[in-house]
Design a protein around this ligand. Structure first.
Ligand code: HEM
Length: 504
């Protein structure tokens, strides 16, 4: 064994002393009662604990050690991570509007500062309330979602035609086809037409969900004047400029078509917004300037595409990994739709097992695994702990919906748990199952995305049986999640379709 070496002792002391002083000083300074958390380093705080894994998974593991309300300090930002349904309920039900603001990052602030905030990142207040009302009543309400039915049916028919026309015996890239289905169906609803450069847009979106495009040191050290003078994140800037250019192009096309007399029957979201802009009395407290319309449209694209696509891709992968659930879903669909040439939405209301499959997919793979809010009121207390003004509250939706305290065999895909009377719903009031968030800022796109997911899944399962590539077993399907803002599948899903109900 090496003899004790004095220089190593001094090196160790040099590292430890600042940590100890920092811990003592910060404790003395705040005088607050804060929740427990992992040990912190000077300057970076708890950041080092988060390196090397997917944030929602690392945070779940940390919270198993430190508790369901855990404090993290990421450089200058304080975050409380919530990993229990009871605490989530306390936060969203017991504190009025204290936690109804979303934290934002500088790259998003920069982008919106040019043309005005939309809904997602708007501070809680009158502007948000008015825009949210437009979303809920005019753009994403039941009546409007119903009006997009023809679009969904056409795009679902196109999806199964693409599968049917693939060369016999060849694998079909189901992930890609589902991404294209969502892009076409959602975009036609938003814009009235398909994107002329859909593939370029989809590629651009991929960058937008990459953490490296939104990362900026300014967000971690908001008090640093020096960092504010440094150049912005180039990757993020390029990405947002590209998105901005594409949305400008879309809006220009739509306005030209409106001017040429094609109002899209006032069905698509952009023409609704343009009409409301003209009738300014329709929205007294918010001026629908071209900039605000651009922000709303950008957000509709952002909110709709990745989340819906990820859910569909996970659902197909889970069904392939669980042949019993696949068979049960197909038996139901083929019984309910018996004799139909293609899937029509009218029958989908009777597909109870399919609905349970979608819920179970969202339980196991919530696309927004961490839902963040900001505490903007003073003197809030949660579980007896102080919540300082400016604290980021991160609800670990993924951890809660995989917690054995609430779910039997939480890592097993079991749609049956959502069958029958009294099954949980994802509207935001069952706090152990909140893939769409909760409280006043719950996702307004639930009906819109559910309608798209149902018809695409039902169509794929109605017309085809599906087989894995040779040599791949159900338990060998790659279920790795990619690292990014949306919890997507890392691997593409390649499958063999076997025609059962011919596509005509
Ligand atoms: C499977 C699909 C989807 C999932 C899982 C999802 C999830 C979420 C979540 C977790 C939030 C945050 C809620 C909170 O803070 O409590 C959110 C907010 C939001 N979502 Fe979705 N979403 C989906 C689809 C959509 C669609 C289709 C749209 C629009 C076309 C949309 C637009 C929005 C908007 C605008 C907000 C911000 C609401 C506000 O701050 O008031 N989402 N979504």
């Amino acid at each position: 064994m090496e003899p004790f070496s004095l220089p190593y002792f001094y090196y160790g002391l040099c590292i430890l002393l600042p940590i100890i002083f920092h811990a003592i000083l910060s404790r003395g300074k705040t005088g607050r009662r804060l929740p427990p958390g992992p040990w912190q380093l000077p300057v970076i705080g708890s950041l080092h604990h988060l390196v090397g894994g997917l944030p929602h998974r690392v945070m779940r593991d940390l919270s198993l050690r430190h508790g369901p309300l855990m404090q993290l300090r990421i450089c200058e930002r304080v975050a409380f991570v919530v990993s229990s349904a009871e605490i989530a309920r306390e936060i969203f039900k017991g504190h009025g509007t204290a936690f109804e603001q979303r934290p934002t990052v500088s790259i998003i602030d920069d982008m919106y500062s040019e043309h005005g905030m939309s809904v997602m990142f708007s501070p809680y207040g009158e502007h948000w309330r008015q825009l949210r009302r437009i979303l809920v009543t005019e753009l994403l309400g039941t009546r409007r979602v119903e009006a997009f039915r023809r679009i969904r049916e056409e795009e679902a028919a196109r999806l199964v035609s693409s599968v049917a026309s693939s060369p016999p015996g060849q694998l079909v890239n189901v992930s890609e086809l589902l991404a294209e289905f969502v892009a076409d169906s959602a975009v036609r609803a938003i814009y009235g037409d398909k994107l002329p450069n859909r593939d370029v847009y989809l590629k651009t979106r991929e960058t937008g969900t990459d953490f490296s495009a939104i990362f900026d040191l300014r967000d971690l050290f908001p008090s640093s004047r020096l960092l504010r003078m440094l150049p912005r994140n180039k990757k993020g800037q390029r990405h947002f400029q590209e998105v901005s250019r594409i949305i400008d192009e879309i809006l220009r096309h739509r306005e030209e078509r409106c001017a040429a007399g094609d109002g899209g029957g006032e069905q698509d979201m952009i023409s609704v917004l343009l009409r409301m802009q003209k009738e300014s009395s329709a929205v007294p407290a918010v001026s629908l300037t071209p900039g605000i319309i651009k922000s709303v449209v950008t957000e509709m694209f952002g909110g709709a595409l990745d989340t819906t696509t990820a859910t569909l891709q996970w659902a197909m992968a889970e069904l392939m990994a669980n042949p019993r659930a696949m068979e049960k879903a197909q038996v139901e669909i083929r019984r309910v739709l018996a004799g139909q040439e293609r899937v029509q939405e009218a029958a989908l209301g009777d597909l109870h097992y399919l609905k349970a499959v979608i819920k179970e997919t969202l339980r196991m793979h919530p696309p927004t695994a961490l839902v963040s809010r900001l505490c903007l009121q003073h003197d809030q207390k949660v579980q007896g702990y102080d919540v300082p003004h400016g604290t980021v509250i991160m609800t670990n939706v993924w951890a809660i919906s995989r917690d054995p305290k609430y779910w039997r065999d939480p890592d097993t895909f079991m749609p049956e748990r959502f069958e029958g009377e009294g099954a949980l719903d994802f509207g935001g009031s069952d706090f152990n199952f909140t893939p769409f968030g909760s409280g006043r800022r719950v996702c307004p796109g639930i009906d819109f995305s559910e309608a798209n997911i149902q018809i695409a899944l039902a169509s794929l399962l109605y017309h085809f049986d599906w087989e894995l590539p040779p040599g791949v077993k159900e338990e060998g399907i790659d279920m790795t999640e990619s690292f990014g803002v949306t919890a997507k599948r890392k691997a593409e899903l390649l499958l063999h379709p076997i025609s059962r109900i011919p596509v005509v």
